[in-house]
Design a protein around this ligand. Structure first.
Ligand code: ANZ
Ligand code: ZN
Length: 822
């Protein structure tokens, strides 16, 4: 018997698939289409265990759908711009492109070896000019729609990477990539106006319920952070006794507590603070501002930190009662949320109460909840109660009525209005780095900002080979003077290119559209192709993208929808977040020395055993501890499966109908179950069921009807096809042994025969005084007590008994029950 040789099988079938274009979709309307998508990789180094897990999950889905008769598109490409390439190039003194494309080749070879059912003909790299031409084109369309704009603002700055970061890239005050503490800087930067889409990004999540993990939806909802409340305008009395020309607006979620405002706070770094501060308070204010700028975002937001602040020597006038409230600058108020100014309501907001107590300010309760007065307890109350000292609200007792009444009053008097605020900020997309997509804008002294005409796209990156790319705070592109100096597309005069590049999240916000029509020259994608393939049936990738990428690509899709280019507004129907591979309870890391090398594992056990191990380890969402799994065990299992095919190989294929019934039932029950399981993404249980079927089949061969029984062949064929989604190489060998034309990827998913799913039963006759009064369908192994109870409960039997006492019941399970009444 030929033993399964993993290395040889891998060589052989990779070549076969490539030669036959096995995984290139027909795209000819002969079958229904399905688009299965993996989050495309960064080309940093070779594939690792994390890739092994992520990509096998998508592959199981893609292969299963193909076997079920769908025309499957399962493309691959690389998110190939970005900091890792640039940093590696700086370290090695090479060019980012060299490192990037060399890594891509390495990864591509590894992906092929890993047996993924990918369509290589659609391959793309976001750093190719043919791709980024369209990234630039999209940027210009966004700009035309007012969705890409420039503004001066304090931005997150990573002093290590010397670049700006989006809010999403700052994790607990640290740079997501390098871990350095992020500081603030004022710069003129490009933004996408994602805030215009905040409501739709929220509302359309209804379409994703059920298809996306709940935790991802919750994270997105929190990130968007919709808050309903009101704007209220406060006049400002300046130090010289005059009023500031413009009132200052605050955002509050509790306008109903307006009568309880006891002070007023502005963010120290908001322009307003510096503008209004009284001359004698300025030195103290400036000292405080300097301290604030040094504090990190985490420090500022922590609730248990003392509430610091300084009085600005001016007052705000409460529009509902004319009270003069002292104005403070305090760092618990953030400059970039709401309006950067708040009314302090110490009785009903804990932060305000802490501040009031620290600065000896009054505390006035305006909602009586029955709890102790916050002025005494030090605990702010926020529940429902009766309004007191609140003018026209007095006597009301529920919050909704209070909020409604006060908003009506504010609107009537022209001093405020109901409004909604979001935590979501516009998407900062400028990066002062080289290895990214150039922003296709020219700055002209006479025309201002001029878009590069479409027919001059792409604006290619200058080569800059040998140049110093080390970050200096301005883009390295600024040093490429031949590239920077251009004629203005508007007036022809001397002008300069924009030297920033785009955040790589721009590149990855539309790549899945490009896969539908790779090479298309008429636009970023052919809308017809997209209509045929999208939305994506299954998207697979790490939960680390729950906010960043998944929000941005939803935003892009909505804009493309509004441009009339696509007719849906959610691009991914289902999302699967696979877990991570860890080792000995910890993330793999160089410092811990617990790394597991994917290539070495494959060399030792073969691709199929590694794929099987990863899938079998647990639910796809769970982390896998490599210390707890057994690739050797998986290999043994695959050898067992292979041996079944070898045993059956020489036996002719005959109609399974005449085969061993017990094995047939097991096979069909397994098929029905795995079909359900694979749809529910319970891939680990699929493997467990196939293992059971392998064991049952082995038993049938060795100590049952034998290898020649047609039920055995039926079982082995089911094993082969179902297992092929996990272990593609060994199952190709098995399929061939069974006498089929390659490839098993072109086979059909087995279908369970409903007749074989019904549990076996026997008919039990129930007699009363020797006459047959009922018949029961029961399991052959039914217990006596259960059968007696069933018989006595039978309606026919009850009728025959007519309420009579029972003398004896004779039970001969499973076929007869005889009842003798008294
Ligand atoms: C008065 C008030 C009274 C408030 C009360 C709350 C309770 P969310 O829910 O997160 O939207 N706030 C507004 N802008 C702020 C800023 N830039 N920095 C810090 N805090 C700010 O929070 C909205 C509430 O947070 C607002 O409602 C405001 O305090 C505060 F009993 O106004 B509230
Ligand atoms: Zn010009």
């Amino acid at each position: 018997v030929r033993r399964y040789d993993a290395a040889a099988a891998q060589q052989r079938w990779q070549a076969h698939w490539a030669e036959h274009g096995t995984f290139t979709p027909a795209d000819d309307d002969s079958r229904e289409r399905r688009y299965v998508l993996d989050m495309f990789p960064y080309p940093s180094g070779d594939l690792h265990m994390g890739h092994a897990e992520a990509f096998v999950m998508g592959d199981v889905v893609a292969r299963r759908l193909k076997l079920q008769g769908y025309d499957v598109m399962h493309p691959i490409g690389w998110d190939s711009f970005g900091l890792p390439a640039e940093n590696a190039a700086i370290q090695r003194g090479s060019h980012p492109a060299d490192w990037t494309y060399a890594n891509i080749e390495t990864q591509a070879r590894s992906f092929k070896r890993y047996g993924l059912s990918l369509d290589w003909s659609r391959r793309l790299h976001t750093s190719d000019p043919e791709y980024y031409r369209w990234t630039q084109w999209l940027f210009l369309r966004f700009r035309e729609r007012g969705l890409a704009y420039r503004k001066d603002s304090a931005v997150n700055w990573c002093p290590q990477d010397q670049t700006v970061l989006a809010n999403e890239q700052v994790v607990q005050g640290l740079c997501e990539r390098c871990g350095a503490t992020v500081t603030k800087r004022k710069l003129n930067q490009w933004y996408f106006k994602i805030t215009d889409y905040a409501d739709r990004l929220l509302d359309d999540m209804a379409q994703l319920e059920g298809g996306w993990p709940d935790r991802v939806l919750t994270m997105q909802r929190n990130w968007i952070g919709r808050s309903e409340g009101a704007h209220v305008d406060f006049a400002i009395e300046l130090a010289d006794g005059t009023r500031r020309a413009e009132p200052v607006r605050v955002f509050t979620t509790r306008p109903d507590t307006l009568h309880g405002a006891c002070f007023f706070v502005v963010a120290p770094e908001a322009d307003l603070a510096a503008e209004v501060v009284a001359p004698e308070h300025r030195p103290a204010f400036e000292a405080y501002l300097e301290r604030t700028n040094k504090a990190t975002e985490i420090e500022r937001q922590s609730t248990d930190r003392p509430k610091t602040g300084v009085f600005l020597g001016v007052h705000a006038v409460n529009p509902v009662n004319g009270e003069r409230l002292p104005v403070y600058a305090a760092d618990y108020v953030l400059a970039d949320y709401g309006t950067g100014a708040v009314m302090g309501v110490p009785a009903h907001d804990q932060r305000d109460l802490d501040f009031a107590r620290a600065h000896d300010l009054p505390v006035r309760m305006v909602i009586d909840t029955g709890e102790e007065d916050p002025a005494v307890s030090g605990v702010a109350t926020s529940g429902d109660g009766t309004y007191v000292s609140s003018g026209e609200l007095d006597g009301l007792s529920d919050k909704a009525a209070g909020v409604r009444t006060i908003i009506e009053a504010l609107e009537r008097d022209g001093v405020g209005s109901g409004t909604v605020t979001y935590r979501l900020r516009d998407w900062l997309l400028s990066r002062q780095r080289f290895w990214g997509c150039p922003i296709p804008i020219v700055h002209c002294p006479s025309c201002g900002e001029v878009p590069v005409p479409d027919d001059q796209l792409p604006v290619r990156l200058p080569d800059l080979r040998g140049a110093d790319l080390a970050p200096k705070g301005t883009s390295p592109l600024a040093a490429a003077t031949d590239w920077v100096d251009v004629d203005c597309p508007g007036c022809g005069g001397a002008a300069k290119r924009d030297t920033d590049t785009m955040d790589t999240f721009v590149d990855s916000s539309w790549y899945f559209f490009r896969y539908c029509s790779p090479g298309y020259e008429g636009g970023p994608f052919d809308p017809e192709d997209v209509r045929r393939w999208m939305p994506v049936a299954q998207y697979v990738g790490g939960v680390e993208h729950a906010i960043l990428h998944l929000l941005y690509m939803r935003f892009f899709t909505k804009v493309l929808h509004d441009m009339g280019l696509v007719d849906f507004d959610e691009p991914m129907r289902r999302l699967l977040n696979q877990g991570q591979v860890i080792n000995q309870g910890r993330s793999m890391s160089k410092s811990l020395g617990n790394g597991v090398d994917l290539g070495a594992q494959i060399d030792e056990f073969g691709v199929d055993a590694i794929r099987t191990t990863v899938v079998f380890a647990g639910p796809p969402e769970d982390d896998i501890d490599w210390a707890d799994v057994s690739p050797a065990g998986s290999l043994k299992f695959l050898q067992r499966a292979h041996r079944l095919a070898a045993d059956v190989a020489s036996e002719p294929g005959v109609d399974p109908a005449g085969g061993d019934l017990a094995l047939r039932r097991t096979t069909h029950k397994t098929v029905a179950e795995v079909t359900r399981l694979v749809e529910d993404q319970r891939f680990n249980v699929v493997v467990a069921r196939v293992m059971e079927l392998v064991n049952a089949t082995r038993k049938a061969i060795d100590s049952g009807p034998g290898a020649a029984d047609p039920a055995v062949r039926e079982a082995v064929e089911a094993v082969t096809v179902v297992l092929s989604v996990v272990a593609p190489y060994v199952t190709e060998e098995m399929w061939e042994l069974l006498g089929h034309e390659p490839s098993v990827a072109e086979a059909s998913w087995p279908v369970a025969d409903p007749a074989l799913l019904v549990a076996e039963s026997v008919t039990c006759v129930v007699q009363v005084k020797g006459k047959v009064r009922g018949r029961l369908e029961v399991a052959p192994d039914i217990g006596e007590d259960e059968l007696r109870a069933l018989a006595l409960a039978d309606p026919g039997v009850q009728r025959a008994l007519g309420g009579a006492e029972i003398r004896t019941v004779i039970v001969r399970a499973p076929k007869l029950v005889s009842i003798v009444p008294a």
